[in-house]
Design a protein around this ligand. Structure first.
Ligand code: GDP
Ligand code: ADP
Length: 204
């Protein structure tokens, strides 16, 4: 069976990660998104099990205690974690996996999986980032201030990632993320086995 790739998408809040994930999933049926667990309250329109698995702090800590997270971190005062079981099941199926997680989580995952591909999303400017967070209309003033402060810290880690996409024009950024996934699938090592017979036959 072919081995799936693990993609990590990170970047400051408001950079457009959720928007790009949505577009990538719609364009590429082979990519499966890991749904994280969080203690954050659901926003209007969010559904349990779709954007996140929403759990209480007690439940989250119990899960962490049982070692059920591949990685977990505290972001903006809430806990977030990736299900260890979901990841190992998806890997066993040979699927390409997408994680939309923060920089701390990305560091933990890359320590575990050597071949994980890191993609960082940048906003075109600080002003536009703030504008997008405000226009999104999902966060209180306090939450926006927290997200903007954290954005600086997240951006300091951009150099740890393999690809950077500046999300200025959405159509272009969507093409970029689809392009990254396609390019990674074409890497020779990812498909060497598949090509062995062809290469041998071409060599005569
Ligand atoms: N480490 C880690 N971070 C996560 C996970 N799920 C989401 N995050 C990150 O938590 C941060 C806050 O996400 P969210 O509450 O959806 O708010 P938003 O970034 O303002 O849309 C983002 O940086 C997410 O990438 C996870 O499972 N693990
Ligand atoms: N290229 C873009 N141009 C204009 N608005 C955008 C663009 N990308 C995302 N947005 C909007 O900016 C806001 C933040 O995007 P979102 O995907 O929620 O970011 P994140 O998941 O990184 O926090 C949303 O309201 C989204 O519709």
């Amino acid at each position: 069976m072919s081995k799936g790739k693990l993609f990590i998408l990170a970047g400051p809040s408001g950079a457009g990660k959720a928007t790009l994930v949505h577009a990538l999933l719609a364009a590429d049926a082979k990519v499966q998104l890991s749904i994280s667990f969080t203690t954050r309250a659901p926003r209007e329109g969010e559904q349990n099990g779709r954007e996140y698995h929403f759990v209480s702090r007690e439940e989250f800590l119990a899960m962490a205690g049982r070692g059920e997270f591949l990685e977990h971190a505290e972001v903006h005062g809430n806990l977030y974690g990736t299900s260890q079981k979901w990841i190992s099941d998806a890997m066993a199926r040979g699927q390409d996996i997408l994680l939309e997680i923060d920089v701390q989580g990305a560091q933990q995952v890359r320590r575990i999986f050597d071949g994980a591909v890191g993609v960082f999303i940048l906003p075109p400017s600080a002003e536009i980032l703030e504008q997008r967070l405000r226009n999104r209309g999902t966060d209180s003033e306090e939450a926006i201030v927290k997200r903007l402060a954290n954005a600086r810290e997240e951006i300091a880690h951009v150099g740890e990632f393999d690809y950077v996409i500046v999300n200025e024009h959405i159509d272009e950024a969507v093409r970029d993320i689809i392009g990254v996934v396609r390019a990674e699938r074409l890497r020779f090592l990812a498909q060497a086995e598949r090509h062995n017979a062809l290469i041998a036959s071409l060599q005569g």
